[in-house]
Structures are given as structure tokens and as C-alpha cells.
Design a protein around this ligand. Sequence first.
Ligand SMILES: [Zn+2]
Length: 200
Amino acid sequence: MFDSELDKDTGAMRRRRFLVVAASAFGGAMLWSLRKPHTLEASANAPAETPKDVTVVQFSDDGKKLKTVHVPKIVKTEDEWKKQLSPNAFDITRHADTEFAYSGQYWNLHDKGLYRCICCDNALFSSETKFDSGTGWPSFWEPIAKENVTEITDKSLGMSRTAVSCTLCDAHLGHVFDDGPKPTGLRYCMNSASLKFIKA
Ligand SMILES: [Zn+2]
């Protein structure tokens, strides 16, 4: 009698425990499904469906042009970017911050090589087009492929400037100005923290 009562209790407890586990799993799934579209919307300013395709040109580490590809844009949550990047690189690439002049690691670098996106490795600039701008930021007169960077009007800080971002992952890289050297007359003024240098 006593034993069978105990069995009943244990059975009930087991059932309750199962319900609790099932409910929290369901809750977790609900949270995830609510959270994902929200962060997508916040980061890409686009509908929550699959990320749109973009066209970029791939390069080998020694700077050779490989092929033009049509691939889905890289979309990650704020938390995922935060885990992957240094706090400085996160603020600059994901929230369009700017590093202090002369503070970055590449403004005075003259080595031959390739500059990739710190977030997604997309090839961005070649040392062949780097020049001393005297600004304290790494400066280039041309991106390695026009497809690989995206330029948009930036009206922040009471100025109208052209912001430059990575086409593949939307990382903010810097700005482009029309006071650069020949042959383009452009000055891509980049943040070192947005870049990853691959020595040739
Ligand atoms: Zn990128």
C-alpha cells in the first residue's frame, strides 16, 4: 500500500519533471525564434528572411584574383560578433566608430601584402595602392575590387561623407574622400582595426 503510493508519487513527479523540461525547451525555441528575426533586422536593416546574395571577388593570400562569386551576405548577431572581435574592432566595424589617428597598427605599415576584412576575411585592399596620407589612418587610392566594398552617404556628425563598408558582412571600414592621389584621386581612409594584414 505504502509502496504503491510511493510509486504513484514518483510517477507523478517524473511526469511533472518531463512537463517542465518540455516547457522550457519550447520556451527556449520560442525565445530563439523571436530573437533571431529581431537581431537580423537590427543589424542588416532588412526583412528577417534569408540574407540577400552579394557579389564579391575572391583573392588568394598572395593577392591573386581568383573568381567572382555570388554568395549570401554574412549575417551574425551582436553577441556572435562580440565573441569574435576585440572590443575596439567590434565598436568600429559593427557600430561605425572611428579609431584615434596614429593609434592603429597599419597607418605606418609599408610591407607588401593584402588587407582583408577583420570580420569575414573578404579581400579589401592591396599594399600596391596604399599611400602615406599623413592622416594617421591607413589610406588607399583604390579597393582591390570595387565589388568588395560598398559606399553609402553618411550624414552623421553634421557632415556629409561617404562611408565605406565590407560588401560581404557590412563591417564599417572607414570613409572615402576625393582628395587622394592619382590615378583615382580618391582617398580610402580606413580604420586599422577593421583590417587584417596578410604579408606577401
Ligand atoms: Zn567583412
